[in-house]
Design a binder for this molecule. Structure first.
Ligand SMILES: [Zn+2]
Length: 309
């Protein structure tokens, strides 16, 4: 073999090896799981329901996190820099999201801002307080919103992996049917209640739920539980309960229930848990707890507390 023949042989081996490399990386494009990150627990459940076995979903906010006050760590930025999809609520729920998305160097990241395009409740009281207005971010407590979010997740996953469009759409449909069933039961139960006002010892998280089922909410805190209620707010809630003969005051597990208990003692109302479901409790076995199971428990509490038949 002369030098030229050796060179050609070397060249063809190199091409062959490169060819294997190219074709295997092409095939693996579909076998690598899609990496999804979500800010809060319901979004994790929706993402997982749609992507199924074809991806992995990670939750940014740990159990017990107070979603309105949480801040990301540098390690969260690292996680996002290798993710394919990031799903968050928007509407000022995650004020850190704009910054983190600006600094993350990941041109392949698909971002889903769940509240985009949805009807958002504005709060007049809060508008006065904050001057420039504030929108209620608790959109996941209206199941019709969740269905739209799920469709958008399916669409983004189909853009990433067009071959599995039918799979993602079918997964989405299965979960949406569960939401439809839940919406039906909610409507049937909440249509037949003695009381139409949800009195919350926590923050005003149930505006979308109340709107969907023709109820109203009054709360001790505003849209976020991180500011202390004033004595005036406390007195107003106590007066309201006494005047309307309200039977129950609802409290959240991730927010202190102390004030709810004070009000209960003062008014004779009972206390019941109503869980916004944004994050799981810190110290508890989480197995078997799903967004849907939390919502079913909430309906039991509402049925009991509002006197529904
Ligand atoms: Zn909240």
């Amino acid at each position: 073999m002369n030098k030229k023949q050796i060179f050609i042989l070397f060249l063809s081996i190199a091409c062959f090896v490169m060819g294997i490399g190219i074709s295997s990386s092409f095939q693996s494009k579909q076998t690598v799981p899609i990496k999804m990150m979500t800010s809060i627990f319901p979004l994790k459940e929706f993402a997982h329901a749609v992507v199924g076995d074809w991806g992995e979903v990670e939750l940014l906010l740990p159990p017990g996190a107070e979603i309105h006050a949480w801040q990301p760590k540098p390690s969260d930025l690292v996680k996002l820099s290798s993710a394919d999809v990031f799903v968050y609520i928007g509407a000022e729920l995650e004020p850190w999201a704009d910054d983190i998305l600006r600094s993350v160097k990941n041109p392949n990241l698909h971002v889903v801002e769940a509240s985009k395009g949805l009807f958002l409740i504005g709060h007049e009281e809060e508008v006065e307080k904050h001057k420039n207005g504030i929108r209620d971010p608790h959109i996941w407590l209206d199941f019709t919103n969740d269905k739209k979010i799920i469709d958008r997740i399916a669409e983004v996953l189909s853009q990433i992996d067009p071959d599995r469009r039918a799979v993602f759409q079918e997964n989405a449909d299965i979960y949406k049917q569960k939401l439809d069933a839940l919406d039906d039961v909610y409507r049937k139960v909440l249509d037949q209640c003695d009381q139409k006002t949800i009195v919350l010892g926590g923050h005003a998280a149930f505006g979308y739920l109340a709107r969907r089922y023709n109820l109203s909410q009054i709360s001790l805190y505003g849209l976020s539980p991180d500011s202390k209620p004033t004595p005036r707010q406390l007195i107003d809630v106590i007066d309201f309960i006494k005047e309307r003969e309200i039977g129950a005051i609802f409290f959240e597990i991730n927010v202190s229930s102390k004030l709810a208990r004070v009000i209960a003692e003062e008014t004779g109302a009972k206390t019941l848990v109503l869980n916004p479901g944004a994050s799981l409790p810190r110290k508890q076995d989480h197995s078997g707890i799903t967004f849907l199971s939390i919502m079913k428990k909430n309906l039991e509490s509402l049925k009991n507390g509002l006197g529904c038949h």
